[in-house]
Unconditional design. Structure first.
Lengths: 377, 76
């Protein structure tokens, strides 16, 4: 049995390590070969970018060598896939090598595409990459007061990030003594200030307490950096001195280039996590087209289901359980408080008041993540 | 040529049905019809509100076996 994992982010790494342990005997006796193909020899803890944007972490703290995170019985290659030949159960990599598989796991993730909104790439700051997060921190450090606007592209990874950014921004400006010289305006695409109703119910009075202006039903149409104005599809506009954008996302180009899903999102069965029409192809994390948050948390819980099912197919010939839509997201509410949202396909999140212990837990998790991707937590 | 697409956002608390609709609306061409399936009671109100504000066309809204079926045509 040849199991091939394509992509080494949170989902791919957890699924590979989980399989490596569940199938250690089969790998040792060569009944199973477990291979991972990735685009990078480094692994980034992406939630840490928020802290980089506020000078609380430096980029080097966000990385580990990918190989150091993997079980030794995983056949690991930095050689990204360029062609998926699903009918032949084969992929071809950038180096020209081909890999045949019996079971394929696709966890290639997503990418930011600010260039799809006119002016956004040039005119807005963001924190969804190492370079942009450092640049934003430098801008914030130089900022001496004025109007800061936050706008949100659709779809986007980590849907809680816009709320967390505002909390952290408020505290950062207070610490610098310039909060009273700064107007903060938060814009959101739908008719309430967060897509999760309970998050909106919790965060709205918090934003009001902090003096944050809120405009809902604001989908970014264009950024006019010459006049420092951002305009919406809905016909409104906001002037700014510093514009921060949660950029829109797409799936990886290789998915679109292989005609495997519009926007780079692969049509996926919401319970089995298999690609529609291909029962031997599993999809997880940001790569799916599921109506589930694009977060490491979703990828984590999906990876556990995928690994358990693939191992069961090897051992007893059938998968054993379904994905229930589980997601657990920490929500940083400033520099010293946090809460969380946990939900699945049938149960909405029940938000608790933000607390210091939950912030400490999140701070600890920033290090525990490395245990998590090794499949130990 | 216009197409019809069904978006199954049942059970989605995040990103949620309206955010899913906006995602697929960006991928669609003018004239395409999107049918959003939602188990969120709020969709019956917040989807038509957004569609009207942006200037698309609401074609229909009905609840069948606990699922809202909201049909929208991309107009711009």
């Amino acid at each position: 049995m040849r199991i091939l994992v394509v992509g080494g982010g949170t989902g791919g790494t957890i699924v590979a390590n989980n399989l490596a342990r569940r199938l250690s005997a089969e790998i040792k006796t060569r009944k199973v070969r477990l291979t991972m193909l990735t685009a990078s020899d480094r692994h980034m803890y992406q939630p840490g970018l928020l802290y980089v944007a506020f000078g609380q972490m430096t980029p080097d703290q966000l990385y580990r060598d990918q190989k150091s995170l993997l079980e030794s019985n995983i056949d690991f290659h930095v050689d990204p896939v360029e062609k998926f030949m699903l009918d032949q159960k084969r992929v071809q990599t950038k180096s020209g090598k081909t890999y045949d598989y019996d079971i394929l796991v696709i966890s290639t993730g997503s990418r930011i595409v600010p260039e799809t909104i006119p002016g956004m790439a040039e005119g807005a700051e963001t924190f969804y990459s190492e370079a942009s997060a450092v640049k934003l921190f430098k801008k914030l450090r130089e900022f001496e007061g004025g109007n800061i606007a936050l706008v949100v592209g659709v779809p986007h990874k980590c849907p809680i990030a816009p709320v967390e950014f505002i909390f952290s921004l408020h505290d950062y400006l207070k610490m610098r003594g310039i909060r009273d010289k700064t107007n903060i305006k938060y814009h959101y695409p739908i008719g309430r200030m967060h897509t999760i109703a309970n998050v909106a119910t919790w965060a709205k009075p918090e934003f009001e307490r902090m003096g944050i202006e809120i405009e809902t039903l604001f989908n970014v149409k264009e950024v006019d950096s010459e006049n420092k104005v951002v305009r919406s599809e809905e016909g409104t506009e906001t002037k700014y001195d510093l514009l921060v954008a949660i950029p829109p996302h797409k799936g990886m180009e290789v998915i679109e280039q292989n005609n495997m899903g519009d926007g780079g999102w692969i049509p996926t069965d919401r319970y089995k996590l298999t690609m529609n029409g291909h029962d031997e192809v599993y999809v997880l994390g940001d790569t799916t087209n599921l109506p589930v948050s694009k977060t490491g948390s979703a990828a984590h819980f999906e990876a556990e289901v995928v690994a358990e099912n693939i191992a069961s197919i090897v051992k007893i010939g059938t998968p054993v359980r379904d994905y229930d839509g589980k997601v657990y997201c920490f929500i940083e509410a400033g520099h010293d408080r946090a809460t969380y949202a946990m939900f699945n396909y049938t149960t909405p999140p029940d938000l608790k008041p933000a607390s210091k212990p939950m912030h400490w837990f999140k701070t600890a998790y920033n290090q525990m993540y490395w245990t998590s991707v090794r499949g130990l937590l | 040529m216009s197409t019809n697409k069904v978006i199954d956002a049942c059970g989605s608390f995040c990103p949620g049905p309206l955010m899913e609709l906006i995602t697929y609306m960006k991928q669609a061409s003018v004239g395409d019809t999107l049918e959003l399936l939602s188990t969120d009671e709020g969709s019956a109100a917040d989807v038509p509100e957004w569609v009207a504000k942006v200037g698309h066309e609401m074609l229909g809204s009905e609840k069948i076996d606990g699922v809202w079926h909201l049909k929208i045509r991309k107009a711009k």
